[in-house]
Design a protein around this ligand. Structure first.
Ligand SMILES: NC(=O)c1ccc[n+]([C@@H]2O[C@H](COP(=O)([O-])OP(=O)(O)OC[C@H]3O[C@@H](n4cnc5c(N)ncnc54)[C@H](OP(=O)(O)O)[C@@H]3O)[C@@H](O)[C@H]2O)c1
Length: 336
C-alpha cells in the first residue's frame, strides 16, 4: 500500500512510500481509509514537540480516520466487512476513568495512524461512523469533536442557558460552538480575526472578542456576563493565558484545559484561583463510550463538521502547512 512515513522530525522528513499492507490479527479490522483529518497534535508530532520519546521512526502519522472495513481477523464480533468505522484516539480507553498509560496506545504515535491506504483498528476501539456523514466529514470527529463533546457534556455538564467560552476558531473550538449551541448554551468565542468572529456567529456564537486587538479579553468576558464570568471555559491556548481564563470564569466555574497552543508550561496565579474556587481539569479526548453518545447527538441535531479545505492524498504536506497557517474548522486529506 501507499503510506506517508515520518522518518524523522520535520515536515521534509514526511515521505510517500510503498509499504506492506498490514494484515488483521485476531480481534482486528483492516480498514480501507477514506479520509483523515489533521489535528494540532499531528503537527506537534511532526515538529517533535509532542511526547517525542514515544514517536517511533518511521511512523505512519495522523490519528483521525474514517473508512470501510475490508477484512477482519478471527473472533471479530462488533463489525463486519463493509461497515464504515472511525478510529478512536485512545484506543484502549473504552469507558469510565482513563488508565495510567492511555497515551501509549494512541493512533498516529506510537501506534501507526491513518495517513495510508489501509490501517489496522482493533474492533474494541473502532466506532461506527455516522451514517449521515461521508468519510471526509466523519474523519473530523475522533479528536476535535469528541474533545469538545467530552469537555462540554461529560466534564462541563452544560445546561440550557449557561455560558461557555471557546478560544479561537480551530477544530476543537468550532465543534464546541456547534455542540454548545445545540445544548442551549450561550457561546462567547475569541479569535485573532474579525472575519472569523463573524463566521462563528453564523454557527451560533452570541458574542465574539478579538484577542489580538483586545489582549485583556477576560475583562470583555466579564462585561458580557454581568461581571460574573462564564460557567465553562474551554482553554485551547494554554500558556500563561490560563490566568485570564481563571478571571473570565465564574466563581466555582470550570475550565477544561485542552490545549497548549501558546505554551506547555504556565505561571499560575494561585490567589485568584483559590478565591474564585475554580476547577481546572486536564482533558485528554474521551473514552469510546462518549464517542458513541456524541455521534447520536450529532445525528439528532443534524450537526455537520465545518471543513476549511480537503487535500488529495498526494498533497498531505500542503495540508500540514495549511494547519500551521491556521484553519477555520478542519483540514481533511482524502485518501480513497
Ligand atoms: N487535550 C486534548 O484532548 C486535545 C484534543 C484536541 C486538541 N487539543 C489541543 O488543543 C489545541 C487546539 O487544537 P485544534 O486541533 O483545535 O487546533 P487548530 O485547529 O490548529 O486551531 C488553532 C486555532 O487556535 C486559535 N488560537 C491560536 N492561538 C490562540 C490564542 N493565543 N488564543 C486563542 N486562540 C488561539 C487560532 O484561531 P483564530 O485563527 O481564530 O485566532 C487557531 O486557528 C492544541 O494545542 C491541541 O493540541 C487537545
Amino acid at each position: 500500500m501507499k503510506a506517508w512515513l515520518l522518518k524523522d522530525f520535520g515536515l521534509d522528513n514526511l515521505q510517500l512510500e510503498e509499504v506492506a499492507t498490514p494484515q488483521p490479527k485476531a480481534g482486528e479490522l483492516l480498514v480501507k481509509v477514506g479520509a483523515v483529518s489533521l489535528n494540532f497534535r499531528d503537527k506537534a508530532i511532526v515538529d517533535g514537540i509532542y511526547e517525542p520519546h514515544l514517536v517511533p521512526k518511521p511512523l505512519i502519522p495522523v490519528s483521525d480516520a474514517a473508512g470501510t472495513v475490508v477484512a477482519i481477523g478471527d473472533n471479530v464480533t462488533r463489525f463486519k466487512v463493509g461497515d464504515r468505522v472511525n478510529s478512536h484516539l485512545y484506543s484502549r480507553w473504552l469507558d469510565g476513568e482513563p488508565g495510567p498509560n492511555e497515551p501509549d496506545y494512541c493512533f498516529g504515535s506510537p501506534l501507526p495512524g491513518g495517513l495510508a491506504e489501509y490501517m489496522i483498528i482493533h474492533e474494541d476501539s473502532a466506532v461506527g461512523a455516522p451514517d449521515n456523514m461521508s468519510d471526509i466529514e466523519a474523519a473530523t470527529l475522533p479528536i476535535a469533536a469528541l474533545t469538545a463533546w467530552y469537555s462540554l457534556v461529560d466534564f462541563g455538564q452544560i445546561q440550557t442557558g449557561q455560558t461557555v467560552l471557546v478560544q479561537g476558531t480551530g477544530g476543537v473550538s468550532i465543534f464546541a460552538v456547534q455542540i454548545a449551541t445545540a445544548l442551549g448554551a450561550k457561546v462567547i468565542a475569541t479569535s485573532s480575526s474579525d472575519q472569523n468572529l463573524q463566521a462563528v456567529k453564523t454557527l451560533g456564537a452570541v458574542a465574539g472578542i478579538n484577542y489580538r486587538t483586545t489582549p485583556n479579553w477576560a475583562d470583555e468576558v466579564l462585561k458580557l456576563t454581568d461581571g460574573k464570568g462564564v460557567d465553562l471555559l474551554l482553554d485551547v491556548a494554554g500558556g500563561s493565558g490560563i490566568n485570564q481564563s481563571v478571571a473570565a470564569t465564574k466563581a466555582s466555574g470550570r475550565i477544561a484545559q485542552i490545549g497548549f497552543l501558546t505554551g506547555q508550561t504556565v505561571e499560575l496565579n494561585l490567589m485568584p484561583l483559590i478565591f474564585r474556587q475554580t476547577t481546572i481539569r486536564g482533558i485528554a479526548v474521551a473514552p469510546r463510550s462518549s464517542f458513541d453518545r456524541m455521534n447520536a447527538f450529532l445525528n439528532e441535531h443534524k450537526i455537520r463538521p465545518v471543513i476549511d479545505q480537503v487535500y488529495p492524498f498526494e498533497k498531505a504536506r500542503e495540508a500540514y502547512e495549511h494547519l500551521a497557517r491556521g484553519a477555520f474548522g478542519k483540514v481533511v486529506i482524502k485518501i480513497a
